[in-house]
Design a protein around this ligand. Structure first.
Ligand code: F6P
Length: 342
């Protein structure tokens, strides 16, 4: 059996651990694996590399993805001949395709499965932790640890200089990273996309803490947090070829605090540091479990399926629009985390 592997969308720590696990389990059953390079682009253009046990040895702790990734979506490009994906799948001698990606990448897998009977198995992947299929997605733990460490470091320098520090995290449509790291770092305020920003409430809250004697503060804001403010374009989309980009909410929040509280304020936009580097132990283990489970589904020919991760258990589910839908931050959790801010 020849099993193709493809990683699509933004990368995250743990992808190589998934690849390694799939390769090992398939090899143990007498099969082999082929890496499809750079996401769906690789299938459309027929770009591949062999994936052997030897070649994937030692990559469990390596960040990124050795087979590359892209946000290419053949269904969104009118120039793409969709049958090429099916034709290349056949001419490469593939028997199955393991697709590791978020809603967009898995959406293509679903359509190719429906339109061309492509035998696919999906693994949910999102650094933002915003997929319905997974309570926790590999890569999220790593990202949260990176943000928490940055926040801890910001706090000590903020205390020395009696400043406010604003830390902008990833999370274009959901606030899991900001909320988790914000709680872990003891942030004084947390802003997330799911709750429209109430600037007045934030300023009042920070002012009360200052009056009570607290001379520094840490505000954590997710990049997708929304402000209804005509003068602010920070949360507007800036077009890029593949993905709308967000920029500016952190600096905007910092400017607002400085202006209204008259306290020196600095911003750190953490950006792609959150997605780079080695995965944590928890992410390596989860990614490995998912890789092994995906290989098992392939070997049992359970195609048109996706793995879910709920309450610590990995299960098989049908690859449906519902199972690859987006998931917001649990608002009860946000309320609990921010109860002291009011
Ligand atoms: O979709 C995940 C994500 O990490 C977002 O949080 C972030 O806005 C985006 O990817 C960045 O994408 P890119 O790597 O294309 O700049």
């Amino acid at each position: 059996m020849n099993v193709g592997l493809l990683t699509g969308g933004g990368d995250c720590p743990g992808l190589n651990a998934v690849i390694r696990a799939v390769v090992r389990r398939v090899a143990a059953s007498g099969g082999r694996c082929t890496g499809i390079l750079e996401g769906w682009r690789g299938l459309v253009r027929k770009m591949t590399m062999p994936l052997t046990v030897t070649e994937t040895d030692g990559i469990i702790g390596q960040g990124g993805t050795i087979i590359g990734s892209s946000r290419t979506n053949p269904y969104k490009n009118p120039d793409t001949d969709l049958t090429s994906a099916r034709n290349h799948f056949e001419s490469l001698g593939l028997d199955a395709l393991v697709v590791i990606g978020g809603d967009d990448t898995l959406g293509v897998a679903l359509r190719l499965h429906n339109d061309f009977a492509l035998p696919v198995v999906g693994i949910p992947k999102t650094i933002d932790n915003d997929l319905a299929a997974a309570d926790f997605s590999f890569g999220f733990d790593t990202a949260v640890n990176i943000v928490t460490e940055a926040a801890d470091r910001l706090r000590t320098t903020a205390e020395s200089h009696r400043r406010v520090m604003v830390l902008e995290t990833m999370g274009r449509r959901c606030g899991w990273i900001a909320c988790y790291a914000g709680v872990a770092a003891g942030a004084d305020y947390i802003l997330v996309p799911e709750v429209p920003v109430d600037l007045r409430r934030m300023i009042d809250s920070l002012a009360r803490r200052r009056q009570a004697g607290k001379k520094s503060a840490l505000v954590v804001v997710a990049e997708g947090a929304r402000v209804e403010e005509p003068a602010h374009d920070g949360n507007l989309s800036h077009e890029s070829l593949s993905n709308p980009r967000l920029a500016g909410i952190g600096p905007f929040i910092a400017r607002t605090i400085e202006k209204q509280l008259h306290v020196e304020t600095r911003t750190l936009v953490l950006g792609h540091v959150q997605r780079g580097g080695a995965p944590t132990t928890a992410d390596r283990v989860l990614a490995t479990r998912l890789g092994l489970a995906a290989a098992d589904l392939v070997l049992r020919k359970r195609f048109g399926s996706i793995l879910t991760y709920s309450r610590g258990v990995i299960s098989e589910a049908p690859l449906t629009a519902e199972n690859i839908a987006a998931r917001s931050l649990d608002l009860d959790y946000y309320e609990a985390a921010t109860a002291g801010f009011a």
